[in-house]
Design a protein around this ligand. Structure first.
Ligand code: 5GP
Length: 194
C-alpha cells in the first residue's frame, strides 16, 4: 500500500473493536489524551442518534450512495452490522499513514479482520465487557436503542467475543476506561520500540 515509502516512516494503524455498548468511544477519547492519532470517520447507512453530527461521528449516507462507494473501491473495509452498512474511507487512512501519522479505526470484527488481511502491520485491539449483564445495562442506558436492536446487538456481541481471541492481537477488559487506555498505550510502545 505504501510503495516507495519506508515502513519505518509509516504511522501505526490502530484498530479498536468490541461489542456495541462496551465503551469504545470513551476509550478512544481517553486514548486521545495519551497519544496523537487521526480518527477515521466512517460512513454508515444508519440514522444519526441524538447529538451525533454528520462528518464528525459518521458520514451519514443512504444505501445507494454507500453501494456506489463500494463499487468505486472507496472503502478500506466495510461490513453490514445490525442491518446497516459501515465502512472506512480508504484514501484518508492511507494518506495519514504515509505522512507518518497514527490512524485509529473504531470498527466491528469483520472489518477489523479485513484490515488485518490488507495491512498485517495493523494492531488490533478488542475491548471486552466486564460481563454480558453489564453490556446489556450499558446498551439500555443509551435510551435511544429499541428492544429489538438491543437483542440483536447482544446476540452479535456473543459471537464477536467468541471470535475475538482468534482474530485480535490484544484483548482488554473494560473495567475502567483510563486503565484500558493506559494499557493500550503501553502495549503499543512495547510493540513499536523506542
Ligand atoms: P454504532 O451504530 O453503535 O455507532 O456502531 C455499530 C458498530 O459498527 C460498532 O461496533 C462500530 O465499531 C462499528 N463500526 C463503525 N464504523 C465502522 C466501519 O467503518 N466499519 C466497520 N466494519 N464497522 C464500523
Amino acid at each position: 500500500m505504501a510503495q516507495g515509502v519506508d515502513a519505518a516512516e509509516l504511522g501505526i494503524l490502530l484498530v479498536v473493536s468490541g461489542p456495541s455498548g462496551v465503551g469504545k468511544t470513551s476509550v478512544v477519547q481517553a486514548l486521545a489524551d495519551r497519544m496523537a492519532f487521526h480518527f477515521s470517520v466512517s460512513w454508515t447507512t444508519r440514522r444519526p442518534r441524538p447529538g451525533e453530527q454528520d462528518g464528525v461521528d459518521y458520514v451519514f449516507v443512504d444505501r445507494a450512495v454507500f453501494e456506489h462507494g463500494i463499487a468505486a473501491g472507496g472503502f478500506l473495509e466495510w461490513a453490514e452490522y445490525s442491518g446497516y452498512l459501515y465502512g472506512t474511507p480508504r484514501e484518508a487512512v492511507i494518506a495519514h499513514l504515509e505522512r507518518g501519522e497514527n490512524v485509529l479505526l473504531d470498527i466491528e470484527n469483520d472489518g477489523a479482520g479485513q484490515v488485518k488481511r490488507a495491512y498485517p502491520e495493523a494492531v488490533l485491539v478488542f475491548i471486552l465487557p466486564p460481563t454480558m449483564e453489564e453490556l446489556e445495562r450499558r446498551l439500555r442506558s443509551r435510551g435511544d436503542t429499541s428492544d429489538e436492536d438491543i437483542r440483536k446487538r447482544l446476540a452479535v456481541a456473543e459471537e464477536q467475543i467468541n471470535e475475538a481471541e482468534r482474530d485480535f492481537d490484544i484483548l482488554v477488559t473494560n473495567t475502567e476506561v483510563a486503565a484500558v487506555a493506559d494499557e493500550i498505550v503501553s502495549i503499543l510502545a512495547a510493540a513499536t520500540g523506542p
